[in-house]
Design a protein around this ligand. Sequence first.
Ligand SMILES: Nc1ncnc2c1ncn2[C@@H]1O[C@H](COP(=O)(O)OP(=O)(O)OP(=O)(O)O)[C@@H](O)[C@H]1O
Ligand SMILES: [Mg+2]
Length: 374
Amino acid sequence: MGNCWRKPAKCAHASSNKFSERANSRSKSKLDSASAPHDKGPTSANPEISPVISEAISSASINLKSFSFSDLKNATKNFRSESLIGEGGFGFVFKGWIDESTLVPTKPGSGIVVAIKKLKPESFQGHKEWLAEVNYLGQLHHENLVKLIGYCSEADNRLLVYEFMPKGSLENHLFRKGVQPMVWSARMNIAIGVARGLSFLHSLAANVIFRDLKASNILLDSDFTAKLSDFGLARDGPSGDETHVSTRVVGTRGYAAPEYVATGHLTPKSDVYSFGVVLLELLTGRRAMEDERGGFVDETLVEWAKPFLNDTRRVLRIMDLRLGGQYFKKEAQGAAALALQCLHTDPKNRPHMTEVLSTLEKLQTTKQPSRQPA
Ligand SMILES: Nc1ncnc2c1ncn2[C@@H]1O[C@H](COP(=O)(O)OP(=O)(O)OP(=O)(O)O)[C@@H](O)[C@H]1O
Ligand SMILES: [Mg+2]
């Protein structure tokens, strides 16, 4: 994968149309090496999670609603363009309305709003990811994971129905032009929410690894609570004496841990690295991989920021100018030092997510009242 690193267009999802089809440049930042024989997908041996059958929806997903395709057509007014709220590698995301108790489609404005993700029918890899999403989110419930309400699997149609997240993705808030800059406290609360979500996954007996942590997969509730979305690439982590799981390399350039990209060896510490990248994005307001015009650059955010991170004075030079200096200096320095630990090249030297979480919580409670002048 080494040469793929700087040639995104050439190695976008080799085994899938999912990402190479997308029109925007972000789609080309997806990683996918040729399939490795060891990539078993979700096969949990976790007593807290029922075993997941790789080719079918697990019984633990029984608490999810199985929607008919016509239900979801009605809920989105035939997937009309006004209902469109986003597009990703998997497909389009629409806003829909359903009744809160019966879950049947309702008129726009009545019932509850949901987000309906519709797999592009031509997506080869999509069915596997759709299944992983149903199987993981059908079983895992936590305040920092997005709630999956149901799914639809009818003929070739594959859809997912989620709780609607009114503030959209972190990516939109941090990087979209014309959006009000996020204040410091919101950024730190988001970092804590994401750390809680990942700590929860890593603490399960199956050591669930999220594998695709990035700003677009962090969705925000009305009060900016962060929730992880997109479990299509998630998988069970090492168990017993295993130090890692071997898998094909998937994820997103700029966020994926270097040792995983180089070897396909996956551990929960791969998520810790990606968390470090997201933390850097929150601090600097810069994308993991792109320049301001949305083009690819040779230098990643990590390469650019690393030299500043362990110097308490210099680190303030990389802070997002849109914060207008309105942040707590000590908290920013602590968060930058934490990002540096998460980004350690040797995964063994990265902290566990539970340590990351407690460091962030401590930073919030011990912050100094004085603010950095603008
Ligand atoms: N539950 C939801 N509530 C509100 N908006 C959502 C929801 N799910 C997705 N979206 C919106 O749809 C966009 C596309 O999401 P999607 O997960 O399909 O793609 P992505 O995360 O941008 O890219 P990728 O396919 O590489 O993960 C998100 O960025 C977000 O703005
Ligand atoms: Mg996503």
